[in-house]
Design a protein around this ligand. Structure first.
Ligand code: ADP
Ligand code: ZN
Length: 433
């Protein structure tokens, strides 16, 4: 089922006409109201009138996270303060958090886009939504909350934390849909197992997981252990929050970017050059309808690719592939580029290991050293030395073979790696400390 059939299945030509109209309008608005944009347009010698086709977007200046930081807190706002009805902030995963604001219309659009996401995952107004995204400044909680209500589903605003209680609520209230980070869902699953609650026997049917990178192997692990469908939702606070794009249940192959609201591009993160459809690079988004903080060519630093081929669900909006990682999470180990998600895929394909891991990067002398700490499955005992040694060796070999780097492997006991309540911290970088 499709929440907004008219807009989500618009033929490409009509979709592009709508995008162009909106792109012109957003350029005019930021040029008139945001000194930062007036300056950066002027520096490049472009004006809103230069936008005659969608391709002209490449003439426009980029916006970087640092620009939002430099204009902290309200410098990027394009509307008078009294029109702002909500403030959020990014999680600050990679540094100082950025502040974002919403007009009433922004909040409304966001709710509608999240409602689209729920329907992409097969949810309807008959569903009960257990929302374990954190409430507060983080956009996840309220974003999903308003979307579930807009859909007409029953919304249970649980937020993150109090994990044992959450497991009981899931059993007692009989939620059919859950929203959380994939790593927090794993924690819930594990806690349920300890409490003797079998997720497989609950009415829970589908998870809407996002806010952090996760792999296809992690999806399989979750789907099998909980007997649910695990879907992928993407968003970032600067651009709106969750609901920028969402995977459809019909295909489970890439997330539809809601193109009537966002104009995507893929660029080479080094040169800034636009890449042809299908190539992997950094996702750049221009907001087409946002009022409080419209962003022109925002560099998300998330690495993905775009697929314009038709989707079997009937939606015409382009699909982005699962995020490989953030460009700033990419580890460069002795000259080789590695994303944590690639290591995750290998760990989850290795029998005997659990999905709980951490990657530690350090420097010995002038050399980067990569250590992967991973918990063995509960059934395995650390005294089975021989078996463990061969597991370590094989894992090291596979990582070397697939990723081209040598990793030190440290198998650790069940429950030693900290569980996440929200976004998991996969990488500990001790270099330069
Ligand atoms: P922060 O950038 O401080 O973490 P946000 O809470 O706004 O702040 O998080 C947005 C970021 O979370 C995205 O830029 C992306 O890196 C990550 N993210 C969100 N959804 C997904 C997803 N489905 N897969 C991978 N990464 C995601
Ligand atoms: Zn689809």
């Amino acid at each position: 089922m499709i929440y907004d059939v008219d807009l989500e299945t618009l033929p490409r030509e009509e979709l592009e006409a709508l995008q162009l109209k909106r792109l012109k309008s957003v350029c005019e608005r930021v040029y008139a109201n945001v000194p930062f944009y007036r300056r950066s347009f002027d520096e490049l010698g472009v004006s809103p009138a230069d936008i005659r086709s969608l391709k002209d977007v490449s003439k426009l200046p980029f916006t970087k996270k640092q620009d939002l930081r430099d204009n902290y807190p309200y410098g990027m706002f394009a509307v008078p303060a009294e029109n702002v009805v909500r403030i959020h902030a990014s999680s600050g995963t990679t540094g100082k958090a950025t502040v974002v604001g919403y007009t009433q219309r922004d909040v409304d659009n966001w709710a509608t886009l999240m409602a689209r996401c729920f329907m992409c995952a097969g949810a309807t107004r008959k569903d009960l939504v257990h929302n374990a995204y954190g409430y507060g400044l983080f956009t996840g909680g309220l974003g999903a909350h308003y979307g579930a209500e807009r859909l007409g589903a029953t919304t249970i605003p649980v937020s993150g934390g109090a994990t044992k209680r959450q497991v009981q609520l899931l059993r007692d209230f009989g939620a059919t849909v859950i929203c959380s980070t994939p790593s927090y869902f794993l924690f819930l699953l594990e806690t349920a197992e300890q409490e003797g609650i079998d997720f497989k026997s609950l009415p829970l049917r589908v998870g809407i997981f996002g806010a952090e990178p996760w792999s296809d192997e992690m999806r399989r692990e979750i789907e099998e252990r909980a007997n649910i469908k695990a879907t992928n939702v993407y968003g970032l606070s600067e651009v709106m929050g969750p609901g920028v794009s969402m995977e459809c249940l019909e295909a489970q192959k890439g997330m539809h970017i809601f193109e009537d609201h966002f104009l995507p591009e893929i660029i080479d993160p080094e040169t800034g050059e636009t890449l042809p459809p299908g190539e992997t690079g950094e996702l750049v988004l221009t907001t087409l309808t946002k009022e409080a903080i419209p962003l022109i060519r925002y560099r998300t630093r998330d690495i993905t690719s775009l697929d314009y081929t038709p989707c079997r669900c009937g939606r015409t909006h382009v699909r982005m592939s699962r995020i490989k990682g953030r460009s700033d999470d990419m580890l460069i180990i002795r000259g080789v580029n590695v994303f944590p998600s690639q290591i995750e895929s290998i760990l989850l394909e290795t029998p005997g290991l659990s999905p709980h891991y951490q990657i530690i990067v350090n420097r010995e002398g002038n050399l980067d050293v990569l250590e992967v700490q991973v918990e063995v499955q509960e059934e395995m005992h650390l005294d089975e030395i021989k078996r463990l040694q061969s597991l370590e060796r094989n894992l090291q070999k596979t990582i070397k073979e697939f990723l081209g780097v040598t990793a030190k492997i440290k198998l650790v006991e069940h429950q030693t790696i900290e569980r996440s309540q929200g976004k998991a911290k996969r990488v500990v970088d001790l270099r330069g400390k």
